[in-house]
Write a protein that binds this ligand. Structure first.
Ligand code: BGC
Length: 464
């Protein structure tokens, strides 16, 4: 077993490990982004009612909340790698089923299965990456998850445009759009068969020799001493005698649960997915844009989001996490307020272009800060024995926040006579609230090892 593990890791470069480890993010972005282009087409093929079409969109979010909530306990029990494999299988099943769906029921089932996979991957990947990374590069490496997510969103937009009205080989365009998720899903399956198990999980389960082998390979080209790291992990694991579980989570990590849920809800309540999922519709309705132009707006958003995330990933370990978060909150609050004022005071024609520019600034503000850091933090702030379940709760909070925003945004827009300023003022209020949350509640984690973060938490909660 040990030699086998060593052998497996040996042949993989660390870049491979981190890129494949983060592929769940790509599928997360792709499967949530693709539906904006595909849903009107599915609606007309299956003659769906508005309620049925909405359900096709939101069923992924239902599946994700369930997937996110269940993955943690499972990954603490069976390991991160096995769960990555199960997520990949669910991704494959969901992509196939949705591409071959024959009506509303099969499509809804397919989307729920995809949701389970997306939720599972989002609850699993951040802690898996954090556990593999060195302290020095942990921000950038955990940030790979968000980088992949934004790449997935961009790919989904491009695939929407590429396949639209092209019924290749006699198959409807939307079947190709949904089916193209199979490629990254198969890559994830392939990756999860080769990826190493997390050394921290291995230590927690008494598999010290294999943990050492994995750490030696992961740290081969770094200046970190893998044996010293192993000793530190062992020390912490010896303290975490109780196997994780919800009771243990609230006993040892109540402050972390509060921070994770707060940060994840706020990440959504600043309204990012009103833009990611609905912006073309906003421009069609609010600014009288023709459909074919509005779809290009999505691509513009996708590009700004992706490029900014690349920048964030590169500079993530150069500044404190809290500094990034505060900067992002201020940029988002200001741009949302300015857009709102413009929407109430200027004519549609005059407001269109400046609105677009400030939306780009808002996306920049999100993508440089809350986008990556919310996911990085939930991988960092939980003690080892409850890290899986803690991550789960954080990511479920993210899905619930996402569900709230996507359910209520269009109704709120309608209530405000298609003036984007209405919902955006609500989002601005949350962006302002997020400033106080960061200042008073979020701990700084940059430059500290996961073991150090855990010791500080235990000091605070006085649980040994
Ligand atoms: C959020 C997603 C969002 C994406 C946009 C992620 O961090 O959790 O809901 O769609 O960022 O890039």
């Amino acid at each position: 077993m040990t030699n086998n593990a060593k052998h497996q890791v040996h042949h993989l470069s660390t870049a491979f490990i981190f890129i494949f480890g983060a592929l769940g993010g790509l599928l997360f972005g792709f499967d949530t982004g693709i539906i904006s282009g595909a849903s009107p087409l599915i609606e007309s093929t299956f003659h769906l009612s508005i309620a049925q079409t909405s359900f096709v969109t939101s069923s992924v979010l239902i599946g994700s909340s369930i997937g996110a909530l269940s993955i943690g306990t499972l990954s603490d029990k069976y390991g991160r790698r096995k769960m990555l494999l199960i997520s990949a299988l669910l991704f494959i099943a969901g992509s196939l089923l949705s591409a071959f769906a024959t009506g509303f029921v099969s499509m809804a089932i397919a989307r729920i299965i995809l949701g389970l996979a997306v939720g599972g991957a989002s609850g699993l990947t951040p802690s898996y990456l954090a556990e593999l990374a060195t302290t020095e590069h942990r921000g950038s490496i955990s940030g790979m998850f968000q980088l992949m997510t934004t790449a997935g969103i961009l790919l989904a937009y491009v695939s929407n445009i590429g396949f639209l009205h092209h019924n290749l080989l006699g198959w409807a365009d939307w079947r190709w759009m949904l089916g193209s998720a199979l490629i990254p899903a198969i890559l994830l399956l392939f990756g999860s068969l080769l990826l190493p198990e997390s050394p921290r999980y291995l230590v927690q389960n008494g598999n010290i020799t294999e943990a050492r082998a994995v750490l030696h390979v992961l740290r081969a080209k770094t200046n970190v001493d893998p044996d010293q790291e192993l000793t530190n992990i062992e020390k912490i694991a010896a303290q975490d005698k109780n196997q994780g579980g919800i009771r243990e989570l609230f006993k040892v990590a109540k402050p972390s649960v509060f921070v994770a849920v707060g940060i994840m809800l706020l990440q959504q309540l600043v309204g990012i997915n009103s833009v990611i999922y609905y912006l073309p519709q906003v421009f069609i309705k609010g600014f009288n844009f023709p459909d074919n132009k509005a779809i290009w707006i999505s691509v513009g958003i996708g590009v700004v989001n992706f490029l900014t995330t690349i920048l964030a990933t590169i500079i993530m370990d150069k500044f404190n996490r809290k500094t990034f978060l505060l900067f992002g909150s201020v940029v988002m609050a200001l741009s949302l307020i300015i857009i709102s004022i413009m929407s109430f005071t200027m004519s549609i024609k005059d407001a269109a272009v400046p609105t677009m520019l400030f939306i780009a600034l808002y996306i920049f503000g999100f993508a440089i800060s809350w986008g990556p850091i919310a996911w990085i933090l939930i991988g960092e702030i939980f003690p080892l024995n409850v890290r899986g379940i803690g991550n789960s709760i954080g990511s479920a909070a993210n899905w619930i926040g996402n569900f709230l925003v996507t359910q209520f945004f269009l109704s709120l827009l309608n209530l405000c006579h298609d003036k984007i300023g209405g919902p955006f003022l609500v989002f601005a209020a949350f962006a302002i609230l997020s400033i106080f949350f960061v200042i008073f509640c979020v701990p700084e984690t940059r430059g500290k090892s996961l073991e150090q973060i855990e010791l500080e938490l235990r000091k605070k909660t006085k649980v040994k």
